[in-house]
Design a protein around this ligand. Structure first.
Ligand code: MLT
Length: 426
């Protein structure tokens, strides 16, 4: 027989289920999570508003979701990928779990200028999914440190993995995570030197949500401290192509020594409008080792080969097109469009007398609310201007007092949103 029956000698109380519940204990780590994931929560509030106001004309500057169509050369790459599946000679089934060799080579060459080698690149279905996979590899015993505020995936997946204690209601922080304060006073970059040591340190640059890109000096310092302390730096570079300021690093591997302490996650989502297409990658340097000498790459490869079957072959063909000279040109144009949106948003708030951060090397602007509550401001703007934003507090307690606005929107929506915001705020 394929199945061994459950021995009937177990006391029924151990496994019997009522009509409405199974007999399975809930994973206690999930019970620790404070609420729903941030972006669905924003969508829930938006929908609740729409239900009450069915005629509302909502503009979304909330979730950072791309809106512009995929440009022609990149689209052609995707279509060619589809076409190959229709002919016997070019059909392919399962591919390498780590990604197609030519795509790994192009990523290494075009995006990293050879700073990393193709065998250190793991192609995937996105940076968010890779963060969860990294957590899976790190396990429950590590202590993590995050920028506060930060992209909520780092904290939420740490909680899900069982790395943390309960949420402290007073501080709004989970026990056993280090929240490294980032605010206007410290240029939105943490004081790592004076933060407690963590096993895994998450840094995102250009930053989500603050929109601020870390300088070379700040990253050199981060790499030095992580190396000294034996920490692994998980560097999220998903917004790297938005960097326009000369000298600002687009990858952690531009920093000397990073290959001994850092992993980089990245994604085509924001590069090429692939949020729905799904394609990302993670770089795990061969020289990065765990305490016992095991290469980190070996374990990450084990995660990928066990629980992932490789990114879609269609989508990887699209990735190849992104990295062609024509595709790279199209990406630059797409990003210029969103950066112009960011400038319009930024200028609007600046003219109204607010302190605005980010937006020059990132698609997000972060607005200081002069002491107002970020959730109240979010609700106020939704009700009065019918514009969806994201309250800074949604990214951690350090985001209280700020509002994030996304530049991922059609130009006319951004212009219209600014007109409405001016009416609300002045
Ligand atoms: C955001 O709005 O922060 C992003 O869309 C989140 C993501 O990329 O997962």
């Amino acid at each position: 027989a394929f199945f061994t029956p459950v021995p009937s000698t177990l006391p029924t109380s151990l496994y019997s289920a009522t009509e409405t519940t199974s007999g399975v204990q809930r994973n206690g780590n999930f019970a620790k999570l404070a609420g729903g994931y941030l972006f669905p929560e924003i969508a829930r509030r938006r929908n609740a508003f729409l239900e009450k106001n069915p005629d509302a004309n909502i503009i979304s500057l909330g979730i950072g979701d791309t809106t512009q169509p995929i440009p022609p050369n990149i689209l052609k790459g995707l279509l060619d990928g589809v076409g190959k599946l229709g002919a016997k000679e070019t059909y392919s089934g399962y591919g390498a779990e780590q990604g197609m060799a030519p795509l790994r080579e192009q990523i290494s060459k075009v995006l990293y200028d050879g700073l990393i080698s193709p065998d250190e690149v793991f192609v995937s279905d996105g940076a968010k999914c890779d963060i969860q996979r990294l957590q899976n590899m790190f396990g429950s015993q590590v202590r993590s440190a995050v920028q506060d505020p930060s992209y909520p995936v780092y904290v939420d997946t740490s909680v899900m993995m069982g790395q943390t204690g309960e949420l402290n209601e007073a501080t709004k922080q989970y026990d056993n995570i280090s929240y490294m304060e980032c605010n206007a006073e410290n240029g939105f970059f943490p004081d790592l030197e004076n933060s407690v040591r963590a096993d895994v340190v998450y840094l995102c640059s250009p930053n989500n949500p603050t929109g601020v890109a870390a300088t070379k000096e700040q990253l050199e310092n981060a790499v030095r401290i992580c190396k000294e302390r034996g920490s692994i730096l998980v560097f999220d570079a998903a917004y790297a192509p938005f960097i326009r300021t000369p000298g600002v690093p687009k990858s952690i591997f531009e920093i000397e020594g990073a290959k001994d302490c850092a992993i980089e996650v990245n994604s085509f989502s924001k590069y090429a409008g692939f949020t729905g297409v799904r394609l990302g990658w993670t770089v795990v340097p061969s020289s990065l080792k765990f305490k016992d000498g095991t290469p980190v790459k070996q374990d990450f490869n084990r995660v990928m080969t066990t629980s992932f079957n490789g990114a879609s072959n269609i989508v990887q063909a699209g990735g190849m097109a992104c990295l062609s000279p024509e595709g790279m040109k199209e990406i630059t144009e797409l990003i210029d469009y969103y950066l112009e949106n960011a400038k319009i948003l930024s200028d609007t708030f600046t003219k109204m007398g607010y302190d605005v951060y980010g937006g020059t090397d990132a698609p997000y602007i972060f607005v200081g609310l002069k002491g107002a509550s970020s959730w109240d401001t979010f609700s106020d703007i939704l009700e009065k201007a019918e514009v969806v934003t994201i309250p800074g507090a949604g990214f951690g307690p350090g985001g209280e007092g700020y509002l994030r606005l996304s530049a991922f929107a059609p130009r006319e929506s951004v212009v219209e949103a600014c007109e409405r915001l001016k009416k609300v705020f002045s």
